[in-house]
Design a binder for this molecule. Structure first.
Ligand SMILES: [Zn+2]
Length: 183
């Protein structure tokens, strides 16, 4: 599930036009980006497999409270660098959207509290058990997200800039994920 997160990021561009698309991409993937160093430290784990088959233990970055804390960090980044409430809330919401989207596809491996404190039940609706359905949904979200972004780009084109460059780069990125990460 990379494509789905990036698609949601592209779709938020009209809501926060001052934030560059790459930063929206970073926010939508912030939980996974923070997962990487924790994995290197042996705190969180993933067994890489084909689409929808990975076994994931990400009890800090992908806990509900952890995701909220990371989203608060994204809010701070928005305030610090883009200086508007809209930017801050957009980055925070986008960061938290990662947890919600993961909740749809993950099997029951997402805790409420960091470190799965108290060993409460784990959450995950498990759409990955139906990989073609999940992949189809990601494709649909990607097309809609790209269209929203491309439409915004064409309408807000600066005379000196070729408006289609951004949408073209994003389309190439999306196509790479469509080809590389499928059932
Ligand atoms: Zn994730």
């Amino acid at each position: 599930m990379f494509l789905g997160h990036f698609a949601v990021a592209a779709a938020t561009k009209p809501a926060a036009p001052k934030i560059p698309v790459w930063m929206l991409f970073v926010a939508s993937q912030l939980l996974d980006l923070l997962f990487a160093p924790l994995m290197a430290l042996g705190i969180e784990h993933i067994t890489v497999a084909s689409y929808g088959e990975a076994t994931i233990q990400a009890y800090y970055t992908h806990s509900l409270v952890g995701a909220l804390v990371i989203s608060a960090g994204a809010y701070w980044l928005g305030k610090r660098f883009w200086k508007t409430n809209t930017a801050a809330w957009t980055l925070a919401a986008l960061t938290f959207s990662h947890w919600l989207l993961d909740l749809i596809v993950h099997r029951q491996d997402m805790p409420l509290l960091p470190g799965n404190l108290g060993r409460l039940p784990l959450f995950g609706i498990g759409l990955w058990s139906y990989p073609w359905l999940s992949y189809g949904l990601e494709l649909a979200v990607a097309i809609v997200g790209w269209l929203i972004y491309a439409r915004w780009a064409s309408r807000n084109a600066q005379p000196t800039v070729r408006w289609y460059m951004g949408p073209a780069v994003v389309a190439i990125l999306f196509l790479l994920f469509i080809v590389m990460d499928h059932p």
